[in-house]
Design a protein. Structure first.
Length: 502
């Protein structure tokens, strides 16, 4: 029998709003027809995969509302302990007996397969089952929903917005796809009316949300294991944009023609933002100067100077993220100077050019970038900020299908790196047949064809050993990818501390 050890529970006396969701958003491929329960004090919800960044945040919101929450995960013991301390019943490991005897709703993370023993048990018992994104829509419905969409930059911009609203004293609730040190974690429950969430396009999950304010940062080819082509992606973003309420605002990247195509002709209130000044936009950033890649810029609204912002994080892509944040928070009622001050104090989200340490003059940095455009923007920002003697990049591709579909773009994206080391592709969501079509050596070969210096090394331990023998003072080592490549950064620092005279 599967082991579900380490079960903990505490009573939860918190009271909260009564939450109700009447229907699932139209346009979803996997629309459910079940009548969903009211989420109120005493409702019992079981969450499969509760340790995930978004799931644990949603669980915290439920607990604050008096909902009785249970859940399970295969890992993330620290998160499970925190949830138990808040009043959840949590299980390490997944087994059918983890489902409570009385259960009003079962929530699954996107990683849960139909073969999962708890999900299978829920199906056998005819319990009501929804995905995590549907739960977010249920939680957003009675609040002022703020949703951040886009192929790139969602986590950082969602974190920026939540940080600004909290700095302004509006005490928002938020769910972000990354930990944010300045916010205490990647999720939080506040007493304010705003609920800020990262809106993911994969599986069209963002069509379950109910935003009053939303932004589309960019639209690019990605998740081609799910979408057929860019046109289908654009149509999905268009459906998302149409969910913004008629009294709300939609803030869109006016310099991204694909984003503009997604919102063309919609009746929603639309404002455009941009940096170059070449496009006609409502929100414009005029770069005044930069210091190690960190920009100071003037914000113009409808052509009129509004305020100035000096960012503490590098990269022009973060200027765009900050500009979208300015527009959203302004429409949420925050004064421009308050927004500018908070943006200047924001230090970023975890795994977004996160410095793990500097030993003997070698800087070790980690980043989540796993798409070619993200890689290019991140490498430019890293080079501007650290000005390294030599930049070593350890890139772990994420998904075989993504690597295959975007192989040429990936090969082009490492142009400013001095040396690229590629471990095996992180295997997630793909089928075994997809796995057979491409491997990391194909990417290395394509980088070589473009004149780049790249090496295939499947084992993290060998990568660490090799880097220890090569890096010198003034060098930068940047680990990149959405998988577990961050372990290389931690191990490298550990070995450098043992082998270098520090």
């Amino acid at each position: 029998m599967p082991n579900s050890a380490r079960t903990r529970s505490l009573t939860n006396g918190s009271m909260g709003q009564i939450l109700h969701y009447e229907s699932v958003a139209p346009g979803r491929v996997d629309r459910t027809s079940v009548e969903l329960p009211t989420l109120s004090t005493g409702t019992r919800v079981h969450m499969i995969g509760i340790g995930g960044c978004g799931m644990c945040g949603a669980a915290a919101v439920l607990l604050r509302g008096g909902v009785l929450v249970s859940g399970s995960d295969m890992k993330g013991l620290g998160v499970l302990a925190r949830l138990a301390d808040q009043g959840a019943v949590v299980h390490e490991g997944q087994a059918s007996e983890n489902l409570p005897e009385h259960c009003d709703l079962v929530v699954c993370s996107s990683a849960i397969k139909e073969s999962n023993p708890e999900l299978a048990a829920a199906r056998r018992r005819s319990l009501k089952v929804v995905k995590y994104s549907q739960l977010l829509g249920m939680l957003m419905a009675p609040r002022v929903g703020i949703a951040v969409a886009g192929t790139h930059g969602k986590s950082t911009t969602t974190a920026m917005i939540a940080f600004v609203l909290r700095s302004a004293g509006l005490d928002p609730s938020f769910v972000i796809g990354a930990d944010v040190e300045q916010l205490g974690s990647g999720s939080g429950v506040g007493d304010g009316e705003h609920f800020v969430v990262e809106a993911c396009e994969y599986d069209r999950s963002f069509l379950n949300l109910r935003p009053k304010l939303a932004t589309i940062l960019n639209v690019d080819e990605d998740h081609l294991d799910y979408y057929r082509n860019l046109d289908e992606i654009v149509e999905s973003f268009r459906s998302f944009a149409s969910l913004v309420t008629t009294d709300g605002w939609l803030v869109v990247n006016g310099e991204d023609s694909v984003s503009m195509k997604a919102v063309a002709g919609l009746p929603q209130n639309v404002e455009k933002f941009g940096l170059s000044g070449e496009s006609e936009v409502d929100w414009e950033a005029q770069i005044l100067d930069t210091n190690r890649g960190c920009s100071r810029f003037r914000v113009l609204h409808c052509g009129q100077p509004l305020t100035e912002v000096r960012l503490a994080i590098p990269g022009q892509h973060n200027v765009a993220n900050a500009l979208a944040t300015m527009a959203i928070c302004f429409r949420a009622g925050v004064e421009p100077e308050t927004i500018a001050q908070a943006l200047g104090e924001f230090r970023g989200a975890r795994r977004r050019l996160t410095l793990h340490g500097i030993i003997d003059g070698v800087a070790v940095v980690d980043d989540y970038a796993h798409h070619p455009n993200e890689i290019k923007a991140t490498l430019r920002a890293a080079r501007d900020y650290y000005r390294p003697r030599k930049m070593f990049v350890v890139f772990q591709p994420h998904q075989h299908s993504r690597t295959r579909f975007l192989l040429n773009d990936f090969a082009k994206s490492f142009g400013v790196a001095d040396e690229v080391i590629v471990p095996d592709i992180y295997f997630v969501r793909d089928s075994e047949s997809e796995r057979d079509l491409i491997d990391a050596r194909d990417l290395v070969e394509r980088i070589h064809q473009r004149g780049g210096d790249a090496q295939y090394e499947p084992h993290f331990a060998n990568i660490v050993s090799r880097l220890c023998g090569e890096v010198q003072s003034g060098d930068l080592v940047l680990t990149m990818g959405a998988g577990d490549v961050w372990q290389v950064a931690d191990k490298l620092l550990e070995y450098l501390s043992l082998t270098r005279d520090v």
